[in-house]
Design a protein around this ligand. Structure first.
Ligand SMILES: NC(=O)c1ccc[n+]([C@@H]2O[C@H](COP(=O)([O-])OP(=O)(O)OC[C@H]3O[C@@H](n4cnc5c(N)ncnc54)[C@H](OP(=O)(O)O)[C@@H]3O)[C@@H](O)[C@H]2O)c1
Length: 428
């Protein structure tokens, strides 16, 4: 038998699928127990069809989704168009028509995954999306399969290649945020509107999906607080270096005694922590669990071949399930009631960079404000800044998110103090 695919979109990732089917055809066929063939490819319009054919792409290109949905020979629909619409409508149509679906669309899965997963369940079909988190790193299936016996307590991830590339340049070469962004855009790593990457939104999508697989809770995007890298200054980077840290945009999901907490934030990572060496466009997911302890899954978070490899792995898995007549089980079977953590249970050390007048008694006043929230200092650095101003850097001992909000509010009430930045500080 031949398993026939309908591709939706033929951009970067989709055009990497033929490479794998050709170069690794024997292994893929043996694993799938069937031939896999691209039957039809949906493109936007006739112009795109003509362009792709002229470029030597010998596929049956169509411009109407119904040509794929109504084709009873097509078993699996591969959505690689990106964005919410029309991807959501097309996937819904495919699932309703009883077709299995593979997607890499994190935006869509983070925002509407719940209803699509439930529709796939109702129809008894597969809906897989390994490539949606950290592109080439096989993290979702690893969590769903290999970590079933383990209990995950915290996931820390460097989940966005664009921001990690920029931060690596800022740390290793002293570049400003603006210079790093211009270069990332020139190299094609950042889009002309980089908001999703630099403001932590893309990483938040991935945190939503990781929460399902790691903790069994289908939280929403609104449950993930996110802060981006645009406020990081060269002074923050230099202080981090001086104190033995690198700054990374970290997605963190943890279970506290009261529930789940997920956030994306620039974080001071000790240079000795495995995540500190995740540089450039690479991604990593660091998992803490009661059985394995600590494990890290590292690799390319994007790119044509790595991402297409994850997509084809999903296709092979579906083919095998079809053969074994076990099709229809959800990608992730771990499901629990959503319980979000109290902020008083979410604890971390924090870095504060505060500008103060350069005069006696400032440190004492700061210490009084922090201590009124029961926050103590682990490290303090004081430097003369410009003119009559000084800069004070504080690394606190562990404190709660509630204390963080309270102390930030108290500091903002003192006109002479200007909090420049506050970042989370991870432990070893
Ligand atoms: N690139 C990566 O490394 C990577 C990694 C992980 C996950 N992903 C995910 O994979 C998906 C695809 O990414 P990509 O990088 O391959 O994107 P891409 O290069 O922009 O390709 C998407 C293609 O789909 C086409 N398209 C858009 N709307 C369409 C429609 N209504 N009908 C037919 N074709 C349509 C686009 O055409 P136009 O260009 O004309 O709009 C484009 O050719 C996204 O969800 C992305 O988030 C990508």
């Amino acid at each position: 038998m031949t398993i026939k695919l309908g591709l939706l979109g033929f951009g970067t990732v989709a055009s990497g699928i033929p490479f794998l089917l050709e170069e690794n055809g024997d292994k893929i066929t043996a694993a799938a127990k069937d031939q896999i063939e691209i039957s039809k490819v949906l493109v936007k319009d006739e112009e795109e069809k003509t362009r792709l054919l002229a470029a030597g792409n010998d596929y049956h290109f169509v411009t109407d989704i119904d040509d794929i949905i109504s084709d009873s020979e097509i078993d699996i629909v591969i959505e690689l168009m990106g964005r919410i619409e029309p991807a959501k409508t097309f996937i819904t149509k495919a699932l309703k028509a009883g077709k299995h679906v593979v997607s890499a669309n994190k935006d869509l899965i983070a925002s509407h995954g719940k209803e699509l997963i439930s529709l796939a369940q109702d129809k008894g079909v597969a809906f897989y999306y390994e490539a949606a988190v950290a592109g080439g790193i096989p993290i979702l299936r690893t969590m769903a399969n290999s970590l079933t016996s383990d209990k995950v307590t915290r996931i820390l991830g460097v989940l966005n290649g664009t921001s990690n590339f920029m931060l690596t340049k800022m740390v290793d070469e002293g570049w400003s945020y603006e210079d790093a962004l211009v270069t990332a855009q020139k190299l094609g790593y950042a889009e002309s509107d980089p908001t999703n990457d630099v403001e932590g939104i893309d990483a938040a999508y991935k945190a939503v999906i990781l929460s399902q697989f790691g903790f069994g809770m289908t939280i929403g995007l609104e449950d993930v607080t996110h802060k981006g890298i645009s406020t990081i200054s060269t002074a923050d980077v230099a202080v981090a270096q001086q104190l033995g840290y690198v700054i990374k945009l970290v997605g963190a999901i943890e279970e506290t005694p009261s529930g789940l907490f997920a956030e994306v934030s620039p974080s001071f990572v000790p240079k000795t922590h495995p995540l500190a060496s995740v540089n450039g466009v690479m991604n990593a997911v660091f998992v803490e669990s009661i059985g394995i302890g600590q494990s890290m899954y590292y690799g390319p978070g994007a790119g044509q071949k790595p991402t297409a490899t994850s997509v084809v792995a999903d296709i092979v898995r579906i083919a095998r399930h079809l053969n074994d007549k076990t099709i229809g089980k959800p990608f992730n079977e771990f499901s629990r009631e959503i319980k979000l953590s109290d902020l008083s249970d979410v604890k971390s050390r924090y870095y504060f960079s505060i500008e103060t007048p350069d005069k006696k008694g400032q440190l004492l006043q700061l210490a009084e404000i922090f201590s009124s929230e029961d926050i103590s200092f682990e490290q303090v650095l004081q430097q003369k800044a410009q003119g009559e101003r000084a800069s004070v850097v504080i690394i606190t001992h562990e404190m709660s998110k509630t204390a963080l909000a309270n102390v930030t509010a108290k500091l903002s009430e003192v006109a002479e103090f200007k909090v420049l930045n506050t970042f989370k500080v991870l432990g070893e």
